[in-house]
Design a protein around this ligand. Structure first.
Ligand code: HEM
Length: 467
């Protein structure tokens, strides 16, 4: 290893074959990374199997690497999740010109369908209107909000991408959501570093199962694409699929056209999965944090009742007068730490960085956790304290040092949607329901599980109607 890569950032000595795999054995590996940062500094190297992995820590380092060196450090590595699932296509899994072209198209088209505008707000509120009666039906009995919330949040992105929402009891959609969820749980990061594991007979690492589940999701999307193709009007786009099909037709005579069916399926799959999982997980964390912090919950409820009252739903126009609620949403995003290690990047040539040589093809991890839990920027970082996002006049202020959505060219393209959804879902839930723990003497665990995202363990809560 030393002969092959001479000038790597420092890091623990690797063992033969497995490298530094033992560092990854803890459930939440980002906790280990906090210790490694203290020992090796803001940029350190791990060898996982034979893959060189460089971890970048702290806001200044992340900006230097992924903004200033953005041209070099914005590819995706050749690992299971991108190589075998997205096959280096789509928005999240592609690199180079293919990625630039399709990310630009996605941003432009999502804006046309209301990203950051009132049109999108009404879609979210419409979905919340369908969600509330399902919560009401639980009658204050303990239940796990996960499945209902996931279907509801997913419907928002479905209405933009597919131009339709699905009934909460729609069997096919429920099955799809379950499969989708299973993949987030089954995805063992180890598959990314030891590709041979996917070929072990009996599929103990569930690689084949993950690929089968992914194929089912793509088949579902494909059916909807075909329905669109048969019914679309060339002069008007009803939704993202129509817009894509139109673009594909317009470019069909172009030799270098990258607007293909395969690329469309992967792009839509990315919007669908990224748009569902992260926001749902954040809402699950939010409820948990509010159970632990009844004072925060009561202050937020008081603000909602003062500004909105109870006779109408909260809307985004209220946000300006609800700085505390906006601060709660931002603190939820910080403390939930949904993507603590971001999404892996790579570089296609050797790159000099702070005197080290980052080798071509290395896996680059943006340690977002190191920013969101930086005790200098966010004192007492484990504390759930929304007031860190309020200024001395009680007004909300977003902090520049906030990397939850990553930094640089690949930064999350759904941040606006996620913030809109979190504000509207959380304020509406609290306007209508009190959140009460299942057991009066015991709260659910705050310990998360790190898979593709950092999720809370399953828990039940009572939603007691305020009416
Ligand atoms: C709280 C919610 C969310 C969080 C914390 C979050 C966080 C992230 C992070 C950390 C990345 C990786 C960026 C990188 O590679 O450096 C990302 C990428 C991405 N996110 Fe989000 N996200 C959220 C919600 C959403 C939503 C609602 C959408 C729906 C449109 C979305 C769509 C995407 C896409 C398509 C990418 C890939 C971007 C690219 O590779 O160019 N995200 N997100």
């Amino acid at each position: 290893r030393r002969l092959q890569h001479k000038n790597l950032p420092p890091g623990p000595t690797p063992l033969p074959v497995i490298g530094n795999l033992t560092c990854m054995r803890r459930n939440n590996v980002f906790l280990t990374f906090r210790e490694l940062r203290v020992k090796y500094g803001d940029v350190f190297t791990l060898h996982i199997g034979n893959i060189v992995t460089v971890v970048f820590n702290g806001y200044a380092t992340l900006r230097e690497a992924f903004v200033q060196h953005g041209d070099s450090f914005s590819d995706r590595p050749n690992i299971f999740i991108f190589k075998d699932i997205s096959k280096h296509h789509g928005i999240a899994g592609s690199s180079g010109d293919l990625w630039k072209e399709h990310r630009t198209f996605a941003l432009k088209t999502l804006r046309e369908f209301g990203f950051g505008k009132r049109g999108l707000e009404s879609k979210i509120i419409e979905e919340i209107e369908a969600y509330l009666p399902c919560l009401e039906e639980k009658n204050g009995e303990p239940f796990n909000i996960h499945a209902l919330t996931q279907t509801s949040v997913s419907n928002v992105i479905c209405s933009i991408v597919f131009g339709q929402r699905f009934d909460y009891k729609d069997e096919r959609f429920t099955k799809l959501m379950e499969m989708f969820d299973a993949n987030f749980k089954l995805m063992n990061p180890i598959l990314n570093f030891f590709p041979f594991l996917q070929h072990i007979p009996g599929d103990p690492f569930k690689a084949k199962q993950i690929l089968r589940n992914a194929d089912t999701v793509y088949a579902f999307i494909w059916e909807l694409v075909q329905e669109h193709d048969n019914s679309m009007d060339d002069t008007y786009s009803r939704d993202y699929i129509d817009a894509y099909l139109k673009e594909k037709k317009e470019r069909q005579s172009d030799q270098s056209n990258t607007f293909t069916d395969f690329q469309m399926l992967r792009s839509i799959g990315d919007l669908f999965s990224a748009g569902t999982e992260t926001t749902t997980t954040s809402i699950r964390w939010a409820v948990l944090f509010l159970l632990y912090n009844p004072d925060v919950k009561e202050r937020m409820v008081a603000e909602i009742h003062d500004v909105v009252g109870t006779s109408r739903f909260p809307n985004l126009g209220d946000k300006e007068n609800m700085p505390y609620s906006e601060a709660v949403v931002t603190e939820v995003i910080r403390k939930a730490n949904v993507a603590p290690l971001g999404v892996p990047h790579s570089c296609k040539t050797d790159v000099e960085f702070r005197g080290y040589t980052i080798p071509k093809g290395a896996v680059l991890l943006l340690n977002i956790d190191s920013v969101l839990f930086d005790p200098v920027e966010f004192p007492d970082p484990e504390k759930f304290d929304p007031t860190r996002f309020l200024n001395e006049n009680g007004k909300f202020f977003g902090r520049e040092v906030f990397a939850a959505f990553s930094v640089g060219r690949r930064a999350c393209l759904g941040e606006t949607l996620a913030r809109m959804e979190l504000f509207l879902y959380l304020t509406t839930i609290l306007q209508r329901f009190d959140l009460v723990p299942e057991h009066a003497d015991r709260l659910p665990s705050l310990e998360g599980v790190l898979g593709v995202t950092h999720t809370p363990r399953p828990y039940n809560v009572r939603l007691v109607s305020r009416q």
